[in-house]
Design a protein. Structure first.
Length: 260
């Protein structure tokens, strides 16, 4: 599932492919922007905030997209296209004068906004550990605004702490030894937020650590609790509990994370 680190790494790939290039053509296959003409504009930068991607273009425009569950981007060289079976799902096509093309596939959110108005689409988000303006104190303040709120919900709320998805919130709770339902006011929120930020940064910037929390990259052994319902806890061998449905399924070890 795309999370903040996924989008951060995606931005790096698109930055390498498109930044500094001029668009020869562009196709936004959503009704609201189907007639937008972006040809001739330069790609200035790729930025992220949480799970949101911001592609800044010359002339003061920003293309804002969100992957949610199924969206993705791919890049092809000159003369290449995505497979025919994928073409019906293309929502964005950006082709540079050099022939490189970026394809946004099955994107549920595609917005074209004035760059000065980016706050209209991302201004509600909380601090992001992957941004230069990361503010730990503000993140802690937002996360603990409702002390009775379950800690897992509090750190998954993008308005409080941007970039953490279901993988990270479950793994952070395990590593801090707190039950996901424990009220956030009863835990050391500073340490929870600090650990979450450190893990997200490590995953985003180390190729061999991408979304691996145990240090073991073998299939089925990459995570402490996520995806391990009914399997032994890697620490104490107690069966891990899973609750709810994908994508918001909650996991915990009853022994390592005692119930509140």
């Amino acid at each position: 599932m795309p999370e903040g680190d996924s989008v951060f790494r995606l931005a790096a790939r698109l930055r390498q492919a498109l930044d500094g290039a001029t668009l020869a053509s562009a196709d936004l296959r959503v009704p609201r922007h189907a007639t937008a003409d972006l040809a001739g504009r330069s790609v200035l930068a790729h930025d992220t905030h949480g799970k949101h991607l911001l592609q800044r273009l010359s002339g003061g425009l920003t293309l804002h997209t969100h992957l949610r569950l199924d969206g993705s981007w791919t890049v092809t060289r000159e003369g290449r296209v995505v497979p025919r079976r994928v073409l019906p799902d293309v929502r964005v096509r950006l082709t540079s004068t050099g022939g490189t093309t970026a394809w946004g596939i099955a994107l549920p959110v595609v917005d074209l906004v004035e760059t000065r108005d980016e706050a209209a689409v991302v201004g509600f988000l909380g601090p992001d550990p992957l941004r230069a303006d990361w503010d730990e104190a503000e993140a802690v303040r937002r996360v603990t605004a409702d002390p009775a709120r379950p800690v897992l919900e509090a750190i998954r709320d993008q308005r409080a702490l941007a970039g953490l998805g279901n993988l990270w919130v479950n793994e952070v709770c395990f590593l801090r030894g707190v039950h996901p339902d424990r009220p956030v006011g009863e835990v050391d929120a500073v340490r929870v937020v600090r650990l979450a930020a450190r893990m997200l940064r490590h995953s985003a910037t180390h190729a061999d650590a991408y979304q691996v929390t145990t240090g073991d990259r073998r299939r089925g052994e990459q995570h402490w609790v996520v995806g391990r319902a009914s399997r032994p806890c890697l620490r104490c061998r107690t069966p891990v509990v899973g609750r709810g449905q994908h994508p918001g399924r909650t996991y915990w070890c009853p022994r390592c994370q005692p119930a509140p």
